[in-house]
Design a binder for this molecule. Structure first.
Ligand SMILES: [Zn+2]
Length: 132
């Protein structure tokens, strides 16, 4: 392999991004089982995504009232903007609504580190911890 080839670095970065996406996917799957709506790479921006999630939750509540299914307790997502940020920075801002402890625990259960200031309106910054 030629020494001036930057491919290995790019490949390494790409696989790190994929690892992060996969772990977030598993965390979101666990949250779906706890009756959250969860979407990765969801719509263009937070304005559209939050509106869509809120609409979806209320539609589901209407349906659930009739069918006896448990209603949605919250939602988690990150947008296409966040997806681009993820690939550039190897971290992702997760928007959430519901029980912060539950959301955080699901992410940490996949070995992710979560930076969050404790405010309801603040997204959680999620990344794979660097192990030295
Ligand atoms: Zn938008």
């Amino acid at each position: 392999m030629p020494l001036d080839n930057i491919e290995p670095f790019d490949e390494h970065r790409k696989s790190k991004a994929e690892d992060l996406r996969m772990r977030v996917k598993l965390a979101f799957r666990a949250l779906r089982k706890k009756h959250y709506l969860a979407e990765q790479n969801f719509l263009c921006c937070r304005t559209c995504a939050t509106a869509a999630m809120q609409l979806s939750c209320s539609q589901h509540a209407h349906h659930a009232a009739k069918s006896g299914e448990p209603p949605k307790v919250g939602f988690v997502y990150y947008t296409a903007d966040d997806e681009n940020y993820l690939h550039a920075n190897l971290m992702v801002h997760v928007s959430w609504h519901g029980q912060a402890d539950e959301v955080r625990a699901a992410l940490e259960a996949e070995g992710l580190s979560v930076d969050w200031d404790g405010a309801d309106a603040t997204r959680m910054l999620v990344k794979i911890p660097i192990i030295h």
